[in-house]
Design a protein around this ligand. Structure first.
Ligand code: PMP
Length: 412
């Protein structure tokens, strides 16, 4: 891979929030897997929209309604270009990945019953697990779990053994939020297609912010993402789906904007994607997310990915030298995104995170909404440091020094 440089100092100037101290120490924000910070360009785009253009979309004939509709639909086109979707109608706005996956589980689930199987994995964020459990309770669909290898990868032999004529859905993470694993999704897509007629869904919450994407090349049928993890605002995200599949799927919620014609006994549906977008949408959110994609592409997704990989290599190598540390996830760092989960033997993850916080270092401690992952590794929680384009090597060193301090304070 060609090396592309990223100017961290210049990037950091775009993120005013990073320029502050916590208890007198410079903030080190290592919690971007939970939510990223926002550049000025995104904040300004949202502000411009509210200062000049806001009205409700689609219904009005007046100037502001036209501008708001144009902003909303051109943001969809921007997202379609970023994803390399064949058609902007294949992009459905939702509140984020959770809502996208709930939509899909509900809608695809309408046609499923007790003879059908949904395959997920023990690597899931609860957003790609609980909606399928709800479906299972509603329709009797059988839920099957792909196991994990000891170094935190999907066990592909196990996955292959679960696939068959009854498999109607396979839904897996592109990148694991709890382990950092980048899953070989093209290979998995080929496996799924070779052994079943299942719809192949990717939870892209941790893939979309960090990797160059081409949904047509990935080999999935549906890809879900969240704006707030990729420098965009909260409350906006979406899904990409193959048009023919979206056309077949029934609506998820009813209301304004999603109908074609309403009668006393029944209604007919608007075209995709409006069929799935009941009610007044988060218009400003779509504007902010389109600005976030502009920003990420200006910096360069290859450069961002390489920068995160360099930080991860540094972090794993330095943390490995701390006595009693156990780092989870793939040992081959090429298969790992900028997420470093670890435990310090004899300490609680919560205590380590609290001591890091006292030094201005923001990390997360817990099961990271992936309880089956911590169960699989016989833990109750991990500390998770996660990197993004604005993090520096200096911050990695601060993290490692902070963990050394936690070790000294917690272990006599
Ligand atoms: N899937 C994964 C892998 C995630 O990391 C997250 C967020 N932590 C989600 C789904 C849910 O995303 P959201 O909360 O934005 O809906």
């Amino acid at each position: 891979m060609q090396t592309v440089a990223l100017d961290v100092a210049a990037v950091r100037r775009d993120f005013p929030v990073l320029d502050q101290t916590v208890d007198g120490k410079p903030l080190v924000y290592l919690d971007s897997a939970a939510s990223s910070q926002k550049p000025r360009q995104v904040i300004d785009a949202i502000s411009r929209y509210y200062l000049h253009d806001h009205a409700n979309v689609h219904r009005g004939v007046h100037e502001l309604a036209r501008r708001a509709t144009e902003a909303y639909e051109s943001s969809r086109e921007r997202i379609a270009r970023w994803l390399n979707a064949a058609d902007a109608h294949e992009v459905v706005w939702t509140r984020g990945t959770s809502e996208a996956l709930n939509l899909v589980a509900f809608s695809l689930g309408e046609g499923l019953g007790p003879n059908d199987e949904v395959v997920i994995s023990e690597m899931e964020h609860h957003s790609n697990l609980v909606p399928w459990q709800l479906l299972s309770a509603r329709k009797g669909v059988r839920l099957r779990y792909t196991g994990l290898t000891d170094d935190g990868r999907l066990d592909l032999d196990h996955l292959a053994s679960l696939l068959g004529p009854r498999t109607r859905v396979v839904s897996l993470p592109h990148v694991s939020n709890a382990l950092g694993t980048i899953n070989p999704v093209q290979k998995i897509g080929a496996l799924v297609r070779g052994r079943s007629d299942a719809v192949f869904i990717l939870d892209g919450a941790q893939g979309a912010p960090h990797l160059p994407l081409d949904v047509q090349a990935l080999g999935c049928d549906i890809y879900a993402f969240s704006g707030h993890k990729m420098c965009g605002p909260t409350g906006i995200g979406g899904l990409w789906g193959r048009r023919a599949l979206l056309d077949e799927m029934p609506p998820y919620q009813g209301g304004g904007e999603m109908i074609e014609r309403v009668f006393h006994e029944y209604s007919t549906w608007a075209e995709v994607p409006h069929k799935f977008e009941a009610g007044t949408p988060n218009i400003a959110g779509t504007v902010g997310l389109a600005a976030a994609v502009d920003y990420l592409e200006d910096v360069g997704l290859d450069a961002i990915h390489q920068h995160e990989m360099a930080l991860t290599r540094r972090a794993v190598s330095l943390l490995s030298e701390v006595d009693g540390i156990r780092i989870l996830g793939p040992t081959d760092l090429d298969d790992r995104a900028g997420v470093v989960p670890f435990v310090l033997e004899g300490t609680s993850a919560q205590d380590v995170a609290t001591i890091l916080d006292a030094q201005g270092i923001a990390v997360r401690a817990g099961h990271h909404c992936a309880q089956l992952v911590v169960d699989r590794f016989e833990l109750s929680a991990t500390v998770r440091a996660s990197f993004y384009l604005y993090n520096s090597t200096e911050e990695v060193k601060r993290l490692v020094a902070g963990v050394e301090t936690a070790r000294r304070l917690l272990l006599p």
